[in-house]
Design a protein around this ligand. Structure first.
Ligand code: ADP
Length: 485
């Protein structure tokens, strides 16, 4: 339990976690609008309450102002009726009324404190100019307003402002209502926030759970409990992850299989010459008085088996080296025409043995960025095969061409050809169409595998077309400029 709580806490500190992010998003989306709403509803209530109260008091003050004018209260502030009205007003609203005459003198103060004093404040001056104001101060808890005392009796100067009433009333009533509302809203908000937090916790856990399941499934595979991921069909995203992972597993399995097959093939290939040598040596040992010519013949056979073993090991090393140096290409600008001439010169002696004519046709001078050693392997293997798998007195034609992006190296021969069903396999390691024939002529089955690897490392392509007994054509296409990974 404690462990689980610790785990959860750890997760919550980690802001990269999807669950934590979801939690905070839901929280923010839920809490912020509700807080804004509470604030704005309360504020607009307060504004409206102040406006209403001001309006009610202003109406009563206007009626009172008429009475003041009629009783000529400004010059003789003794009217008992008006005084009673003033008293009632200030009691009712817990306020204070100052009546100011046109000389800015206070004719009446319901508090009885400032009568006879002069008051020149901005509001009063503005009110004399016809602009009555109201002001709400929530902190002190008062609404202050000015009301003009208008004399309409004189028809020559109608609507003459002869005095101003400066009234302040208590806003306690509004404040206490606000307090109650605030408290209620706060309780509501706390309840709502608790609901939102619970919702955020539950939703974030539910939404992120499938990813946990994917991780567990991957860990199960890693631990070796299972060889394939179970599907996690909760969400499109998890389906994609599982599909991609299963594909990766399948690739890894294929790689493992091919590696195992390769090791088996290598062992077999390396064992064959050794077995032959042992048979040859044993048969010599078992016979007595073996003639010297037979010794010689058998030893020659043993030497040729040793050569073969050597060839296999050389090719294997070339292949392994190719895998290792996948990222270390030794790229340089090479004249491909010169390179081809050189390779053909080296191979012509073999061709001559079978009386195979080797022709080189160059459409243009080709300078390309290649790894010279690997390019030599490509060309040598293709031309050598074309000679090896040819009939006596046949021909081999090498054509070099280029466009602005690629150069092509085409090797055609008049040889035995490759059966159609064998074509997809010829690049596989140790694959040979006719094992015994290939062995006879010294093939290891690794040449085309090496060639294809080298071509791919140049970001090139290799294609073949062939028909049995007519001949084959291999076409290699390589970019003139090396494109690094
Ligand atoms: P090997 O060392 O046996 O020549 P490769 O990988 O070079 O191995 O070639 C694989 C097989 O493809 C060869 O054994 C041969 O059967 C076939 N092959 C390759 N090139 C040619 C060709 N030009 N004509 C006919 N068969 C070919």
């Amino acid at each position: 339990m404690l462990q689980k709580v610790k785990e959860l806490l750890k997760q919550f500190i980690n802001f990269r976690s999807l669950r934590v992010r979801l939690f905070f998003i839901i929280l923010i989306v839920g809490i912020v609008p509700s807080a804004i709403m509470r604030h704005s509803v309360l504020q607009s209530y307060e504004q409206r309450a102040v406006e209403q109260r001001t309006q009610v008091v202003q109406n009563q003050l206007r009626v009172l102002a008429d009475h003041l004018v009629n009783d000529d209260y400004l010059s003789r502030p003794y009217s008992t009726v008006v005084n009673a009205e003033l008293e009632m007003l200030s009691n009712l609203y817990d306020g204070r009324v100052l009546i100011i005459n046109s000389n800015f003198k206070i004719a009446k103060d319901t508090y009885g404190l400032s009568e006879g004093k002069t008051i020149i404040s901005e509001e009063v001056v503005k009110c004399f100019k016809g602009e009555s104001l109201s002001n709400y101060d929530a902190e002190i808890g008062y609404i202050e307003m000015t009301t003009p005392i208008i004399d309409n009796r004189n028809s020559e100067h109608p609507s003459k402002i002869i005095g101003v009433m400066l009234t302040s009333i208590s806003s306690d009533y509004i404040s206490s209502t606000m307090e109650i509302l605030n408290r209620k809203a706060f309780i509501m908000e706390v309840i709502m926030n608790l609901i939102i937090i619970t919702l955020a916790l539950v939703l974030s856990a539910v939404l992120s759970k499938p990813f946990g399941r994917v991780t567990k499934a991957i860990n199960d595979v890693r631990a070796g409990y299972s060889t394939e991921l179970l599907s996690v069909p909760d969400m499109a995203e998890t389906i994609h992850i599982v599909d991609a992972f299963n594909e990766l597993l399948a690739q890894r399995k294929a790689l493992d299989d091919s590696r195992q097959e390769f090791v088996a093939n290598v062992s077999h290939e390396l064992k064959t010459p050794i077995t032959s040598m042992k048979v040859l040596a044993d048969s010599l040992l078992m016979q007595e008085n073996v003639p010297a010519e037979l010794y010689r013949e058998f030893l020659e056979d043993i030497v040729s088996e040793i050569d073969r073993e050597n060839q296999i090991i050389t090719d294997l090393l070339a292949l392994v080296k190719m895998d290792k140096t996948a990222s270390q290409m030794n790229i340089a600008s090479i004249n491909i025409n010169d390179l081809t001439e050189l390779i053909l010169k080296r191979l012509r002696p073999i061709a001559r043995k079978k009386d195979v004519e080797v022709v080189f046709e160059s459409e243009r001078t080709v300078i390309a960025e290649v790894d010279e050693v690997k390019m030599t392997l490509i060309m040598t293997n293709l031309v050598e095969n074309a000679i090896k798998y040819n009939h006596d007195h046949g021909w081999v034609k090498v054509v070099l061409d280029a466009d602005h992006q690629y150069f092509t190296f085409k090797v055609s021969d008049s040889g035995i050809g490759i059966p159609e069903e064998a074509l997809p396999q010829i690049y596989e390691r140790f694959y040979r169409v006719d094992k015994s024939h290939s062995r006879e002529i010294g093939g290891t089955g690794l040449g085309l595998a090496i060639t294809k690897n080298a071509v791919l490392m140049h970001r090139g392509s290799i294609t073949v077309s062939s028909s049995e007994e007519e001949g084959s054509t291999f076409l290699v296409k390589i970019p003139l400029t090396y494109i690094a990974q």
